[in-house]
Design a protein around this ligand. Structure first.
Ligand code: 6LW
Length: 488
C-alpha cells in the first residue's frame, strides 16, 4: 500500500514509538500544555489514534508559570517485561524522570527521577538491566550522548554517567536512542538543530558503553538539501520494526512549509513514518536516498484513514495551558462553560483556555459564544506573544466583537463592532497563507479581514510548538456551543 506523510498531522513533535504484543504505541512532546505527552496507538504504524495522555496529574506535571516551549521536551516510550515506561524531561524544573504503567489505557505512576542531566532521555533494557541515556554532560565533564545503568525500580544510578558518542560533527546533538540489532548496539540520534538543517545520524558498537563508530555515510536521513520542498526539518526519530512483515521504519519529526516559496511553518513539527533498510554491512539507510518524501510504498493492503478529528467531541485531544483549575471548566458534549479569571492570554500562565491543535493547512472553524461579563472567543494561538483573538466582550454600550492581533510586542485591536446582544457566531477560515475572520450578529455578518499565517509561524515566534485553536474566557463566564472544525 502507499501511505502519505505526515502520518500524524499538527503539532506532535519528537515522536517515540514502541511495539508491544502486536500493537504500536507512540508519544510526543507537549511543552507548556496539560495534560502532557500525547499517547497514540496503532495496528500498522500508518493509522494512529490518540487514546489520551501519559501525564494527567499536576503531581506528575508541575507547569506553574512555565514559559512557552518550556515544560515537557522529547519523551521516549518503551515496553519491557509487561510494563510500559515513558521517560522525559521537564525542562522548567530541570528534571529527567520516568513514569510507568502496566495498563496502557490506565493511569501512569508518579515520577521517578534520574540524576543524569541533559535532555531527550531514553531507556534501554537488556538481560534484566536498564540503561538511561540522554544528551548531557557526564560525571567526568564530557558532553555528548551520555549513558548510565540505573535501578529501574528506583531510578538510582548503578554506574557513572559516561559520554559514549560525540555525534558526527553536527550542532545540537540530541534525541539519542539505543537498540541492539544483529549483535550491534546502535545509537540513532539527531543533529543540525530542529530547523532546516535537521538530520538523523547513527553510530554502532559491539559493547554497550562503546567505543562507538560513526556511520560512514551520516546523515542517514535529512531533507536539508531539498530546498523549496514542502517537507523540511526531518530528524529526531525512533526505530521500530513491523511485527508482521519484519520491515524496519523510523518514526520521526518534520514540518510542512506553508508553500513552496514560503519557508516558514505554523502547524508545528509533525510525525512522519519513513522506511529503513539494513544493508549487508549492518549499517542502515532510510527513506528515498536518505530523504523523506510525501508518499512511500510498504507491504500490506490496508487503507490509510486520513480523516482528522473535526470537533471538540473527543476529549482526549483537548489541552489546557499549564496547570488548569478544573473548577473553571464545565465541559459537556455540546456546551462548554468557561469561567474566566483575571488571567489573560497575554500571560505565561493558565488563563481559562481549552485548545485543539490545528491539524492541517485548509479548513474552517465556527463557534457560537455568549458572554456573562467575559471577554470570550477563540484564539489562533502560537504563544502569548503570537496569536489572533476573535472575541466578544462587554463595552460601554453593551457588547462588541473584536479582532485583537498580537505579534511580538505589537498588539492592537483591528476592529470593534457593536453587537445587538451578548452573543455572536465567530468564524475563522484558514488556508496555508492566511486566516480569515468574521462575526455574525443575528442576520448581520461582519468581515474582520485576514491575517497571515506567517506571523504565528515558528520562524517568527520561535519555540517548539505549533498553532492551537483555543476557546477562552477572561474576567467573567463565557459559553461556547455549535463548535465545528473542518479540514479540506
Ligand atoms: C527536543 C530536541 C528537539 O528536545 O527539539 O528536534 C527539542 N529535536 O530533541 C524540543 O522539541
Amino acid at each position: 500500500m502507499i501511505y502519505k506523510n505526515p502520518v500524524i498531522k499538527g503539532f506532535y513533535p519528537d515522536p517515540s514509538v514502541c511495539s508491544a504484543e502486536g500493537r504500536y504505541y507512540l508519544v510526543t512532546s507537549s511543552f507548556q500544555y496539560f495534560p502532557g505527552v500525547p499517547l497514540f496507538e496503532s495496528d500498522d504504524l500508518v493509522n494512529w489514534k490518540q487514546t489520551g495522555h501519559v501525564l494527567t496529574r499536576e503531581s506528575q506535571l508541575p507547569l506553574a508559570k512555565t514559559g512557552s516551549s518550556g515544560g515537557i521536551y522529547a519523551p521516549t516510550i518503551r515496553y519491557n517485561a509487561g510494563r510500559f515506561y515513558m521517560v522525559t524531561t521537564n525542562v522548567s524544573i530541570n528534571t529527567n524522570f520516568y513514569v510507568w504503567t502496566d495498563d496502557i489505557r490506565g493511569e501512569w505512576s508518579e515520577p521517578i527521577k534520574v540524576a543524569q542531566d541533559g535532555i531527550d532521555p531514553s531507556l534501554y533494557f537488556e538481560d534484566g538491566r536498564a540503561y538511561f541515556m540522554s544528551n548531557g554532560t557526564d560525571d567526568f565533564g564530557d558532553s555528548g550522548i551520555t549513558q548510565c545503568e540505573i535501578d529501574i525500580a528506583t531510578g538510582e544510578k548503578l554506574s557513572p554517567s559516561k559520554t559514549i558518542w560525540h555525534g558526527s560533527g553536527g550542532r545540537y546533538l540530541e534525541s539519542p536512542h539505543l537498540y541492539k540489532i544483529g549483535g550491534w548496539y546502535y545509537i540513532a540520534a539527531a543533529e543540525g538543530g530542529t530547523e532546516y538543517g535537521h538530520m538523523v545520524t547513527c553510530a554502532r558498537s559491539r559493547e554497550i558503553f562503546g567505543e562507538y563508530e560513526s556511520c560512514p555515510f551520516n546523515p542517514v536521513l535529512t531533507n536539508r538539501n531539498l530546498g523549496g520542498f514542502e517537507i523540511q526539518g526531518v530528524g529526531h526519530g525512533d526505530l521500530v520494526r513491523r511485527h508482521d512483515t519484519g520491515e524496519w521504519f523510523i518514526m520521526h519529526l518534520g514540518f510542512r512549509q506553508a508553500g513552496q516559496w514560503e519557508p516558514y511553518h505554523h502547524l508545528g513539527r509533525e510525525t512522519f513514518l519513513t522506511p529503513v533498510t539494513f544493508r549487508e554491512d549492518g549499517w542502515f539507510t532510510a527513506g528515498k536516498d536518505g530523504t523523506v518524501t510525501r508518499e512511500f510504498e510498504i507491504q500490506g493492503d490496508f487503507v490509510q484513514d486520513t480523516a482528522l478529528p473535526a470537533d471538540f467531541a473527543s476529549p482526549c485531544d483537548w489541552v489546557y495551558l499549564r496547570n488548569p483549575d478544573m473548577a473553571n471548566y464545565d465541559l459537556s458534549a455540546d456546551r462548554y462553560i468557561l469561567r474566566g479569571t483575571d488571567v489573560t492570554l497575554d500571560e505565561a500562565d493558565s488563563p481559562t483556555f481549552i485548545g485543539v491543535r490545528q491539524r492541517d493547512f485548509c479548513g474552517s472553524l465556527g463557534v457560537s459564544v455568549s458572554s456573562d461579563g467575559a471577554e470570550t472567543g477563540v484564539t489562533v494561538y502560537m504563544d502569548e506573544h503570537h496569536r489572533y483573538d476573535l472575541a466578544i466582550r462587554p463595552c460601554a454600550s453593551g457588547y462588541e466583537a473584536v479582532l485583537r492581533l498580537t505579534i511580538g510586542s505589537a498588539q492592537y485591536v483591528r476592529k470593534a463592532v457593536q453587537l445587538s446582544r451578548n452573543a455572536a457566531k465567530l468564524r475563522i477560515g484558514f488556508s496555508s497563507q492566511c486566516y480569515a475572520f468574521s462575526v455574525t450578529d443575528g442576520d448581520n455578518t461582519h468581515d474582520f479581514g485576514i491575517m497571515e499565517t506567517r506571523y504565528v509561524s515558528s520562524e517568527v515566534a520561535g519555540g517548539f510548538t505549533g498553532v492551537v485553536f483555543g476557546l477562552y474566557a477572561v474576567g467573567g463566564t463565557g459559553t461556547a456551543t455549535d463548535f465545528s472544525l473542518g479540514y479540506e
